[in-house]
Design a protein around this ligand. Sequence first.
Ligand SMILES: [Ca+2]
Length: 342
Amino acid sequence: MNMQPVSRFFLCSAGILLFVVGGQVSAEGVSESNYAESRAGKTFIQALSDEHGFERAELTRWLGQAERQDGILKSISTPAEKTLEWHEYRRIFIRDEQIKDGVAFLDKYPEAFERAENEFGVSKYIIAAIIGVETRYGRYLGSHRVLDALATLAFDYPPRSTFFRRELGEFFLMTREQDFDPLEVKGSYAGAMGYGQFISSSYRHYAIDFDGDKVADLLTNPVDAIGSVANYFARHGWGSGAPVAEQIRDAGALDANSALLTTGLKPSRTVSDYRTAGLSPEAGVSDDEPARAILLQGEDEPQLWLTYKNFYVITRYNHSHLYGMAVLELSDALRSLHEESS
Ligand SMILES: [Ca+2]
């Protein structure tokens, strides 16, 4: 992957759909088209073979077996992050069973979580919450053939074709490196794979072997997944023990038109700006901490939040502030229940 952040904006919604409809993804229509014989497909095959030494015949055989999935084209145009308010989105993930399952997951792999915390400085509750939000701790890994998903989006979804053609190329590289059969690997409708739903380029750059068997297996090995999620966070700048976000008690503390209410994910202000404006974030947060304020729609009333650099790092996993909030709230709930029960 190039080192710019990979957009994982769409990826989580596969998990959401799975939760919403109980693990069933509707059957998709399959067209007769053969991607290997299309002009774009031939160009893709030629380029990948020139750049990375694949046999053209082999790529042609694989891509010739990719099936267009019309359901994927429908799903990708309505990601939940774009259509739900915060109070609706959070209900999908912040539920008693989800929290209990997370504590059971933490208790099942205590050594891996401790080691990930120590080696990467990333809270085990954040790691578990990511895997919980993405796949319900490995229960819903996605039922689409990644080859079908990526080929459909690469060649039949013009708004993101550049991105998904690159991911399709990364997928063939990744399966070659890991010795996976590209015809067999399953994932989400956007081609995200395994416990942490890594897309192919992330897999190539952030997946690690964490149990010492020399294979970075995020598809079936939760220990490798725990280490890889921690590695992803560390590489994106997670600050050990640094603040993530906090709710400001007075939701009306900032005028709705205030320039201090930001829309971008990146914290473009500092805590000092908000203190000057009269907000009182926790005493422990330093004045020069990068910050931004967002207003979220709660069940009954708006909520004002200050989010810090670590919150931004969560959104490097999936470019959505609702996603970041869900991970944060789930991680807090996991910590409470886990500490209570141990
Ligand atoms: Ca391994």
